[in-house]
Design a protein around this ligand. Structure first.
Ligand code: SPV
Ligand code: MG
Length: 288
């Protein structure tokens, strides 16, 4: 499912992307009507109970990405962090994600091992522009046969290097062949992203992750133009934590599951999400 995303971006529609950390969360995002899935490194790390600091292996993330792709029809945007090494590693990794069916990959210009972007006081060091251009070129070459979009992500604003440096890096990454530029900001208001977007020449479309500035709605994003993709990067895991905490606390305080039973989805709904009806139909057809 690589074609749909490329076409949606080309058509100028705002592509709305929801994070997922497993096939079930991806299925719920698809059911809710999102256009694509974000295979978030942060979410998967949180699911394993570890920091988003290059601790999970390529295989852990790739296996989960593949499992998700197998269960949803909407396109997948894979979060490849720094690409697990240099441009040679990037070529190897993007090839694997392309074969797994990813529609797009995101590579960020931080050093390996990375630290997560929104952590106050996090280590935010960027690689040289030329080095990252090599990574973009390697990614393009590895994903070309399967039409994988390469989204170059600059962390210049996250590293407090300013809008001029972000623009300089964005231009260099577009020149190296990136299909889109992900511009990330940790500011609590959208002002920095708005200022960046206004100054961005529009060589390639932008992707944003409005976690830190949640009041930047889709209507406002569309009004600004130049932004093709919005990623809601961690709302699956945060929603899951909110819901589990609430239900677990109620069971403890109620001394049983009698009250929560009516508030949570039924076992039958989980059967549906597992596609049990399809299995039953197959049983009728094939089990003789
Ligand atoms: C992720 O979801 O893994 C991201 C977005 O890369 S952020 O956590 O904001 O860096
Ligand atoms: Mg990430």
């Amino acid at each position: 499912m690589t074609q749909g995303l490329r076409e949606a971006v080309a058509a100028g529609a705002l592509v709305r992307v929801m994070s997922a950390h497993n096939p079930l969360s991806a299925r719920l995002a698809e059911e809710a009507g999102f256009d694509a899935i974000w295979a978030s490194g942060f979410e998967l790390s949180a699911t394993y109970g570890v920091p988003d600091a290059s601790l999970l292996s390529l295989t852990q993330h790739l296996d989960m990405t593949r499992a998700i792709i197998e269960q949803v029809a909407i396109p997948m945007i894979a979060d490849l962090d720094t690409g697990y090494g240099n441009a040679i590693n990037v070529g190897h990794v993007v090839g694997a994600y392309a074969r797994a069916g990813a529609a797009a990959v995101v590579l960020e210009d931080k050093t390996f091992p990375k630290d997560t972007s929104l952590l106050a006081g996090g280590r935010q060091e960027l690689v040289r522009v030329e080095e990252f251009q090599g990574k973009i070129e390697a990614a393009r070459a590895a994903g070309a046969a399967r039409g994988v979009l390469v989204i170059a992500r600059t962390e210049a604003l996250i590293a407090d290097l300013g809008i001029d440096e972000a623009l300089r890096r964005g231009a260099a990454y577009a020149e190296a062949g990136a299909d889109l530029l992900l511009i990330h900001s940790k500011r609590k208001t959208p002002d920095e992203i708005v200022a960046f977007t206004r100054q961005w020449p529009g060589t390639i479309p932008l992707t944003i992750v409005p976690t830190a500035y949640p009041e930047f709605t889709e209507e406002k994003i569309r009004g600004l133009g130049k932004i093709a993709v919005v990623i809601y990067a961690n709302h699956a895991v945060r929603a899951a934590v909110t819901a589990m905490r609430e239900v677990f606390a109620a069971i403890r305080s109620d001394g049983g599951i009698h009250n929560v039973d009516k508030r949570i989805v039924s076992v039958e709904e989980i059967f549906d999400l597992q596609r049990v009806p399809a299995m039953k139909a197959a049983e009728k057809k094939y089990l003789r």
